[in-house]
Design a protein around this ligand. Structure first.
Ligand code: GUN
Ligand code: FE
Length: 428
């Protein structure tokens, strides 16, 4: 039964090549928080007892999905942006993550992180926590309390890292099982995701245990892949039997055996690319991070042409901005740099990056990221009056908001049909 009907200027991407645009359109949402209908004509919607909410001239768009972000790196946002990956990890990232042994510190920081995700309009995220089980639980509870969707990973690490960030395999498994016991609803908005940090930080035993956890509890998997040449050389040394970096994950059941997303894939090609395609492994493209920690330009056009699903990630704090709208801008700009070197591959368009951030990334969370019937109603109401000083078309208004706007224009946020108020950022 239809419960609510929202009227607004509606924009979304059913296909990556173009926007669906409904001027003064309607989205009908049912009692389960799912879209029942989307139309320009109210007559076509059976909504006799539904509540009507009129957003006037505002824009209504799907909410953002962040497919790769590190919650415990939030304090480091904007710091050490002149280093390369490995040096950045050792000198800034690992020391900060060590602090999450303290759950009070974790709560203080994670509250800020969840509030700011809300601010920038991200209603679903695929988030790395740290190896600390109790701090990870704090983050998961904060997401649940906020009503926002999240796949949260307790991070698997036991080699090539400081002693303080290394955990025995058995303890890692027990930690996961205790989180699974609390967040065990397969339909829940907040779920654990199996998260080996990357091959260099996990022994074969750790990788095997991660793969077994994913299979046993049917959990999603996330990690990093082919981000940096030094990292790739290290993987070749550590996993000499593997034919590619991706193959090293695949051998342990961590490459599409359950839904899997790999961040970066800057140097993914050939056999690794073919395996991703075969296994349906998703790419989290993180252009801001790739620029900041000096990795390179991911061949996103090729991924799309090959039929891989690509979403966008802020990768805080390799990336400097939490806003997926800003990440869209960088994705287009980076693809233009790529195009300047290789005219054979066209650069990304606005509808393509919008689709990546909404319907494509959303598919990792279920039926999320579109206003087609059956999709969960995750949405943002954009009041762009302060950016809208002339007669722009609806698409131009959306483009201007993406390029020039920020959280000041995001008036309301919905996740799975519910309006989400600002999460409390001060600990009780
Ligand atoms: N590879 C392993 N850990 C990390 C991390 O925290 N950030 C990035 N960008 N790459 C990684
Ligand atoms: Fe990352």
């Amino acid at each position: 039964m239809i419960k609510k009907v929202y009227k607004a200027n509606i924009l979304y991407t059913k296909e990556r090549s173009r926007f669906e645009i409904l001027e003064n359109g309607y989205v009908a949402v049912d009692a389960n928080g799912c879209v029942a209908a989307v139309a320009t004509d109210l007559m076509s919607i059976d909504c006799e007892n539904a509540e009507m909410i009129d957003f006037g001239d505002r824009l209504l768009i799907p909410a953002m999905n962040d497919l790769h972000v590190h919650a415990p790196q939030y304090r480091n946002q904007g710091i050490a942006m002149d280093l390369e990956l490995m040096e950045w990890l050792q000198n800034y990232t690992f020391p900060e993550e060590t602090k999450y042994a303290d759950t009070a510190y974790a709560e203080r920081m994670y509250r800020r992180f969840v509030r700011d995700l809300w601010r920038v309009g991200t209603m679903r995220s695929c988030t790395f926590a740290t190896l600390h089980t109790e701090s990870t639980r704090v983050l998961m509870r904060l997401f649940r309390e906020a009503g926002m969707g999240a796949l949260v990973g307790k991070v698997g690490m036991n080699r090539t890292c400081p002693e303080s960030l290394s955990e025995p395999v058995e303890q890692m498994v027990q930690g996961y099982e205790s989180l699974i016991a609390e967040f065990n609803d397969p339909e829940g908005l907040v779920r654990p995701i199996v998260t080996p940090r990357f091959v260099p930080s996990c022994t074969p035993e750790m990788l095997r245990a991660c793969g077994e956890l994913a299979a046993k509890y049917q959990l999603h998997v996330q990690s990093h892949l082919s981000e940096n040449r030094g990292e790739i050389a290290l993987v070749r040394q550590l996993e000499p039997e593997s034919t590619s970096y991706g193959d090293a994950y695949d051998r342990y059941g961590l490459f599409g055996q359950t839904p899997t997303v790999m961040a970066h894939c800057v140097f993914t090609e050939g056999e690794e690319l073919a395996l991703m395609k075969k296994r349906g492994v998703m790419v989290a493209h993180c252009p801001t991070s790739n620029l900041n920690v000096t990795t390179g330009i991911a061949p996103v056009r090729q991924f799309l042409s090959e039929g891989l699903l690509v979403g966008l990630g802020s990768d805080i704090s390799g990336g400097h901005t939490l806003s997926i709208f800003q990440v869209m801008v960088y994705a287009i700009q980076m693809s233009k740099l790529h195009y300047q070197r290789d005219h054979a591959r066209s650069f990304l368009t606005m509808s393509e990056v919008f689709w990546m951030a909404t319907k494509s990334a959303g598919s990792f969370f279920g039926r999320v990221g579109s206003f087609e019937p059956g999709y969960e109603f995750d949405a943002l109401v954009i009041d762009d009056r302060d950016l809208n000083h002339d007669h722009y078309s609806l698409l131009e208004r959306l483009e201007r908001f993406i390029y020039l706007g920020d959280d000041r224009q995001i008036e309301r946020r919905f996740c799975r049909g519910r309006e989400i108020p600002q999460p409390v950022s001060i600990p009780k």
